[in-house]
Design a protein around this ligand. Structure first.
Ligand SMILES: *Cc1c(COP(=O)(O)O)cnc(C)c1O
Length: 366
């Protein structure tokens, strides 16, 4: 159906979307079925949009097994705004929050929280250029902290938690921007989960927040002082319709959720993602020509980071892979090297193509 020549998109975000989702958007762009208007034109107060919102929420709940005592919020401002909203809402006067500094985004979250209140560093792997995750035994946790903040997948450095840190009864807050719904998630072990949509959930413009209902009382207590738009309770009580939500982005997230459900849900995604990443890591480890940058046990299934012997060779790799239709393999500007982002929607055949390219590149440059 697609006549456009699509590249293999390894971008970290905004990132590849499922082709059937893009085709459905294209098909319905002049008018949603039975509505006669496109999603871009329809009022967020209309029945048509309310249905889209409700279905998206219901599908997320079904997909991730979100317990009834958790609220779903569709917010704006990206995951970066959550770096501020989390402490603004969840830190109590005189309270403290613990931050696990496992990567560049985690550090940003910590720095923002420090502007708001007493944010403490529970552990950091920065001295090791974030190539591994802090161990459970390294965590210096504050008794009765208001929450512990973690980053489930470190997008830039390519590390990912396989097991959640144990934080006792303290609410665990997780930035899951780059691996949300790439595998089953135990929502009940979290107080709050957030993710910018543009990596694994849909397009940019919407941030998904899943928050345990009882934590909303903290936001309620701050009603007089917190800016309205930054108050979780306001968005929860208005089912994300306090003001105009990012309707198009929500609609696309809804289509992606439908695609995930139709393709076996999160367990099936996990199996495919393990296979995809496994092929890439096997190639990286095969000969020593490539070098993985993350500690093996902590390797991410979503963002595969690796280097070559020299920066010159890396430049050549980027140039030639781009020319071959493998787009976006250049690592984040802060760390260099290579990064292959292979989210849910990235096809396994594209991983095979990259592996073949890597072999050929090694053959001609090794
Ligand atoms: C991309 C990313 C962010 C920033 O997301 P924005 O939506 O651009 O603000 C935050 N945390 C993680 C883990 C990310 O991967």
């Amino acid at each position: 159906m697609t006549t456009v020549q699509r590249v293999l998109n390894f971008s970290a975000g905004p990132a590849v979307l499922p082709v059937p989702v893009l085709e459905e958007i294209q098909r319905d762009m002049l008018g949603l079925p039975g509505v006669g208007m496109s999603i871009l034109e329809v009022s967020h107060r209309s029945k048509a949009f309310e249905e889209i919102l409700a279905r998206t929420e219901a599908d997320i709940r079904a997909l991730a097994g979100v317990p009834a005592h958790y609220k779903l919020l569709f917010l704006q401002g990206g995951a970066s705004t959550q770096f501020s909203m989390v402490p603004m809402n969840l830190l109590s006067p005189g309270g403290a929050a613990d931050y696990i500094d496992s990567g560049s985004w985690a550090e940003k979250a910590y720095k923002e929280a420090k502007k708001i209140g007493n944010a403490k560093l529970a552990a950091s792997s920065k001295a090791d250029t974030y190539s591994h995750l802090p161990l459970q035994s390294e965590l210096a946790l504050t008794p009765n902290a208001d929450y512990v903040h973690m980053t489930s997948n470190n997008t830039i450095e390519g590390t990912e938690y396989k097991v959640l840190p144990d934080v006792g009864d303290v609410p665990l807050v997780s930035d899951t921007s780059s691996n949300m719904f790439s595998k089953p998630i135990d929502v009940a072990r979290h107080g709050l989960i957030y993710a910018g949509a543009q990596k694994n959930l849909g397009p940019s413009g919407v941030t998904l927040v899943i928050i345990r209902e009882d934590l909303l009382t903290r936001s309620l207590a701050k009603k007089a002082t917190l800016p309205t738009m930054l108050n979780y309770q306001v968005h929860a009580e208005n089912t994300s319709l306090y003001n105009t939500p990012p309707s198009f982005s929500i609609y696309v997230v809804g289509l992606v959720m439908k695609w995930l459900l139709a393709n076996g849900g999160l367990a099936a995604m996990a199996a495919t993602n393990e296979r995809k990443a496994g092929k890439l890591y096997a190639e990286i480890d095969r000969s020593g020509f490539y070098r993985g940058t993350a500690k093996k046990e902590d390797r991410s299934l979503m963002n595969v980071t690796f280097r070559l012997a020299t920066e010159e060779l890396e430049k050549k790799f980027v140039k030639e892979s781009t020319a071959a239709g493998l787009d976006g393999l250049k690592g984040h500007r802060s760390v260099g090297g290579m990064r292959a982002s292979i989210y849910n929607a990235f096809p396994e055949s594209g991983v095979d193509t990259l592996v073949a390219f890597m072999r050929e590149f090694e053959r001609t440059n090794g």
